[in-house]
Design a protein around this ligand. Structure first.
Ligand code: BES
Ligand code: MN
Ligand code: ZN
Length: 481
């Protein structure tokens, strides 16, 4: 879908030809003397577009607009959250008859974050998964025109939103694909495809190279599957080679059965989403290629299946990680930290300014924070603050959780340097404490996206989070807000 931003007043808007016109009306709307203004003013006066955002007044073939469907949508004070709700409700209500061109128009001057919200909500409301359908129903919408009288003021925010949408949609697409259509090999090919874009390059390591690096922990997870592992190294070089990069590490378990510590059957299918961290890294690179900020970013994706065969790793097995630390694998279902720890050691070679890993790491994080906020851990307060703030600005929220040393007590074992699980209590934190052991060389943050990366139930599907948060965090490094 193609997004465009145009400066128009309501007079010009009335002539704009399209299939659906969504007019976002603020409570304090100030009408001009044109017909469309008067229509809106009357609707507000009648109390049908009151203080409650999300209220819709659908009109068919109204003489005041050059569109068969005109939707007046109340947005209260015009805040990002209200605009997002209004756009979702409006486009949701005409989903079957969206046609090819939609106009989203702000009736009052638009705020920057409201423009971003409108673009993201429009993309989300019209996304369609098709990859494994015999009769695909792809998105019909080809063009989404965003109209604001103050377009010039909000164009930077608009451009960033469009780049972010490209990233979110790529992340959703790969996350939604079933595990037999999104193997480690196929993820590697997706990364290689990204390397065709400007400033992006990619290197893929297989089992031999990974063995040579001494990634015994990662290999232990992969050995229970016939699918060969992949270690994906992506680079975005937007600045001088001498500028230290940010490294993003995405958990890429393309299916998590739990291994010998097998998971119960209900909802096990959702463990195809256990590569959402990896998908978000791919998405961020797609957005970077579009937005071209003057920074350097490295993306690392350790990818394999967590399955069960005659060679599968067993509870009690001890393995040696790339860092040299030995790990007793007490539970083969705590595999995410086992693949991530070796990637975190690999990250040292880039002498990064910061390393951020993104992982569907623990069910405990879902219990703690649900689907609203991702869990955020950081060894460096500036980094933690920056990520938290980026989450607020992009409405891709996170919440900080602690890293007190006492939480690591349960990881002690008699048979190795560290065990891969502690007790049930504080499970999201003990997982983070495990990872922290491998991050002493740089400022580090960890995003546990187990609750936010996908939705269950009737609306089952990937959300594309936390691409919005990460793009915002990276773009803030070049001073643009
Ligand atoms: N991928 C799961 C975490 C997960 C579970 C994400 C449910 C979303 C929903 C992870 O590999 C896992 O299995 N973690 C275990 C850790 C436990 C064995 C310490 C968990 O959370 O149960
Ligand atoms: Mn697991
Ligand atoms: Zn997992």
């Amino acid at each position: 879908m193609n997004f465009e931003l145009k400066p128009l007043t309501l007079v010009g808007l009335a002539n704009e030809k399209c299939d659906v016109l969504v007019l976002l009306v603020q409570q304090d709307f100030k009408p001009g003397k044109d017909e469309l203004s008067l229509l809106v003013a009357q609707t507000v006066k009648a109390g049908d577009l009151g203080a409650k955002p999300g209220q819709l007044v659908p009109l068919y073939r109204a003489s005041q607009a050059n569109a068969p469907r005109l939707l007046l949508a109340g947005v209260g004070e015009g805040k990002a959250k209200q605009v997002r709700a209004a756009v979702s409700a409006a486009l949701g209500s005409v989903k079957a008859s969206l046609g090819k061109k939609v106009v989203l128009a702000f009736a009052s001057p638009a705020q920057e974050d409201a423009v971003r919200a409108a673009v993201l909500a429009a993309a989300d409301a019209t996304y369609s998964y098709t990859h494994t359908k015999s009769k695909p129903e792809p998105r019909t919408l080809q063009k989404c025109l965003v109209v604001a009288s103050n377009a010039a003021e909000v164009s930077a925010s608009f451009d960033r939103a469009v780049g972010t949408v490209l990233g979110i949609e790529l992340a959703k697409e790969w996350a939604n694909r079933p595990a037999n259509f999104a193997t480690p090999t196929l993820l590697g090919q997706a990364a290689q495809a990204l390397a065709k874009l400007p400033k992006v390059s990619c290197e893929i390591l297989g089992p031999k190279e990974v063995a040579k690096l001494g990634m015994g922990s990662f290999m232990a997870v992969a050995q229970g599957s016939d699918e060969p592992l992949r270690f994906i190294v992506l680079r975005y070089d937007g600045a001088a080679k001498t500028k230290a990069p940010t490294v993003l590490v995405g958990k890429g378990i393309t299916f998590d059965s739990g291994g010998i510590s097998i998971k119960p059957a209900p909802e096990m299918d959702e463990m195809k989403f256990d590569m959402c961290g990896a998908a978000s890294v791919l998405g961020v690179f797609r957005a970077l290629a579009q937005l071209k900020p003057a920074i350097n970013v490295v993306g690392l994706i350790p990818s394999c299946e967590n399955l069960i065969n005659g060679r599968a790793v067993k509870p009690g097995d001890v393995v040696t990680s790339m860092s040299g630390q030995t790990i007793e694998i007490l539970n083969t279902d705590a595999e995410g930290r086992l693949v991530l720890c070796d990637a975190l050691s690999y990250a040292e070679r880039f002498k990064p300014t910061a390393v951020v890993d993104i992982a569907t790491l623990t069910g405990a994080c879902v219990v703690a924070l649900g689907g609203v906020r991702s869990g955020l851990f950081a060894t460096d307060d500036a980094l933690g603050d920056a990520l938290l703030a980026a989450g607020e600005r992009s409405a891709d929220l996170a919440w900080r959780l602690p890293l007190d040393e006492d939480y690591a007590d349960g990881l002690k074992t008699n048979f190795a340097d560290v065990a891969n699980v502690a007790g049930r209590a504080g499970g999201a934190i003990t997982a983070a404490k495990f990872l922290q052991r491998f991050t002493s060389k740089y400022p580090w943050a960890h995003l546990d996206i187990a609750g936010t990366a996908w939705k269950s139930g009737a609306a089952k599907g990937a959300t594309g989070r936390p691409v919005g948060l990460l793009v915002e965090y990276l773009m803030a490094q070049v001073g643009t807000k």
